[in-house]
Design a protein around this ligand. Structure first.
Ligand code: KG4
Ligand code: ZN
Length: 344
């Protein structure tokens, strides 16, 4: 049996996990920084980097302790090397390098997005490549054809905000606190999705990408108009977002060729209305719909350990001077999009 220690520190979660080649998560710990960032309504990079630096080493020790293991029993150390907030990424990667050097074990530099993209295979041994993945979180909003380890085709990304970001900003407009995605979903249950006319940015356009900035602004205008209840705004926003997702995914499914499943990952995958719509879309294409358990959808270290395991099994590892990368697109061939293009 092989075991990989995974480390994640690219955003506001400090996490460590031990995962086996038989897909068993032996132990995992996650320290969230939501409290530290809440007063600012978003992740503050400097606060995040400091928190990772303070927490990571004790967290790794505790994770090894939970599994009753020492570093000697681990076969490789995998850490997120990007994309993400560079201060946090460096804390995790430097720690991984030190552990790899001290224990003379291979180091595996994992692309955080690959961690998300392969996590469904940790949860489901039967899921074979290729599959179509919708990755939707606070930082990412992409449609990827996952062909294999290190082999991706990006069909769509966002030209402005990620979907989780749009949920959070809309939730803020409705006074729901941070991060507001889950609260907005709850409020939407009591609302009427047909009450507030909101745009479906890029829906039906030849451009395959996402855009949510205009939707978020429309939510602000709807709130300021005083004409609608918060619940109706929430429900209408969520439905507009779903319509955009389904429209863009239809286009991607048409382009992808034969795939084995439609898969969703990322924190927004927690949303039941979105899951329901995707399930229906998959059924319409005779495809299984796969959503990993929520703990694997949000940022975590088990997915990093698993991506490391898939690479280790293919004989891959990285030199100790491998660099941290704030931007690291999974599909190097994908064209840069208009807009900020910072969502990798
Ligand atoms: O993957 P994740 O934990 O990490 C980041 O990328 O930050 O995703 C967090 C994002 C947040 O924007 C949060 O509001 C959103 O996922 N989210 C949701 C729901 N649960 C989490 N959005 C909509 N509905 C939900 N139920
Ligand atoms: Zn993530």
């Amino acid at each position: 049996m092989r075991i990989v220690l995974g480390i994640e520190s690219s955003c506001d979660e400090t996490a460590a996990a031990l995962v086996t080649d038989e897909r068993v998560i032996l132990a995992q710990r996650i320290a969230s920084q939501d409290e530290a960032h809440r007063p600012y309504g978003g992740v503050v990079p400097e606060i995040a980097a400091r928190a990772h630096a303070e927490r990571l080493t004790p967290l790794i020790e505790a994770t090894l302790g939970d599994a009753g293991m020492t570093l000697d029993q681990v076969d490789a150390i995998a850490a997120t090397a990007g994309p993400g907030l560079i201060g946090g990424v460096m804390v995790g990667l430097v720690t991984a390098k030190a552990l790899a050097m001290a224990s003379d074990k291979p180091l595996i530099a994992v692309n955080h997005l690959e961690g998300h993209a392969l996590s469904p295979r940790l949860a489901d041994a039967a899921l074979e490549y290729p599959y179509l993945l919708l990755l939707v979180s606070g930082g990412h909003c992409q449609i990827l054809l996952v062909e294999g380890v290190g082999s991706f085709r990006r069909f769509a990304t966002t030209i402005d905000d990620a979907l989780g970001e749009a949920f959070d900003k809309s939730a803020k407009v409705l006074g729901l606190g941070y991060p507001g995605g889950p609260a907005l979903e709850q409020l939407a249950l009591q609302g009427d999705a047909k009450k507030v006319p909101l745009p479906r940015p890029l829906k039906g356009s030849a451009e395959p990408h996402f855009s949510f900035a205009g939707l978020k602004s429309a939510v602000l205008r709807a709130k300021q108009s005083g004409e609608y209840s918060d619940a109706d705004i929430a429900a209408s926003f969520q439905q507009a977002a779903i319509d955009c997702l389904v429209d863009r995914l239809r286009g991607a499914l048409a382009k992808a060729g034969k795939v084995n499943a439609l898969v969703v990952a990322g924190g927004v995958a927690a949303n039941k209305a979105i899951r329901g719509a995707l399930e229906e879309l998959a059924a319409g294409h005779d495809l299984p719909f796969i959503a990993p358990p929520l703990g694997l959808c949000t940022d975590n270290a088990a997915m990093i350990a698993w991506a490391g395991m898939e690479r280790l099994e293919r004989g891959q590892s990285d030199p100790l001077d491998v660099a941290a990368r704030p931007r690291w697109p999974l599909d190097p061939e994908a064209q840069a999009v208009r807009g900020a293009g910072v969502k990798a």
